[in-house]
Design a protein around this ligand. Structure first.
Ligand SMILES: [Zn+2]
Length: 228
């Protein structure tokens, strides 16, 4: 908790995936709230043949970092793909909030995830149907698209909200030009910034000012090239 009672969001890098020659970070997010600490997604703590074959991952598990797992009161899974739920077993006995649709799909559909990571011993899922206020100023919002049961966490910070979006957007372009229902729902919240699971910096909406600036730069470089 912060001395001034503010709600903060902190990313923690837990793995790097190698996809078509590109490094793709895997981040989880800690929400420090006056009423408790929330962890959004849990990364991976061990290699699994299915994940190695697809992503050749390098892991930085929460269990091997300077990370206070015992201090986490509530866990949220944005969705249950393997790179988002592989550390759930570290939080046995703590409530893990996930959309009911997501939990049902993860338990019933083939090749959806690594099922033994989802149903590790003694996990206590809290299935959610739709929106839910988790703590004052922190709520879950369903955002179908990446998976039908995906959800995001919306944090009210006094101004425009901060969103932790899991894979509802996997890269920034998906928020610049939203296509799925979930991506459009995030943009409709008019967020100040959006934390993606697979980026270490948050996405921010382009402001009119930034767009003016970019147009001015383009004009300048155009002028320079025509002068040359
Ligand atoms: Zn992912």
């Amino acid at each position: 908790m912060n001395a001034d009672g503010a709600i903060t969001v902190t990313p923690v890098l837990v793995a790097e995936l190698f996809v078509e020659g590109e490094v793709m970070p895997v981040c989880v997010h800690v929400i420090d709230h006056p009423d408790g600490r929330v962890l959004v997604d849990t990364g991976m703590t061990e290699l699994h043949p299915a994940v190695v074959a697809a992503f050749d991952p390098r892991l930085y598990p929460l269990s091997e970092q300077d990370f206070d797992a015992a201090g986490i009161n509530i866990v949220v899974n944005t969705h249950l793909h393997a790179d988002h739920c592989g550390g759930n077993h570290l939080f046995a006995g703590r409530p893990i909030y996930v959309q009911r649709r997501e939990l049902d799909d993860a338990r019933s559909e083939d090749d959806y995830t690594i099922r033994e990571w989802v149903d590790a011993p003694d996990l206590q899922y809290v299935p959610v149907d739709g929106e839910l206020e988790l703590l004052p100023g922190v709520r879950l919002v369903p955002t179908p698209g990446h998976t039908p049961g995906s959800q995001v966490v919306v944090v009210e910070t006094g101004g425009r909200p901060v969103v932790i979006c899991g894979d509802t957007a996997v890269w920034f372009g998906e928020l610049d030009e939203p296509r799925t229902e979930g991506q459009r729902r995030i943009r409709a919240l008019d967020p100040e910034k959006v934390w993606l699971a697979h980026a270490q910096e948050p996405w921010r909406p382009r402001t009119a000012h930034a767009e003016d600036h970019r147009q001015a730069e383009r004009r300048d470089s155009h002028d320079r090239s025509t002068n040359a």
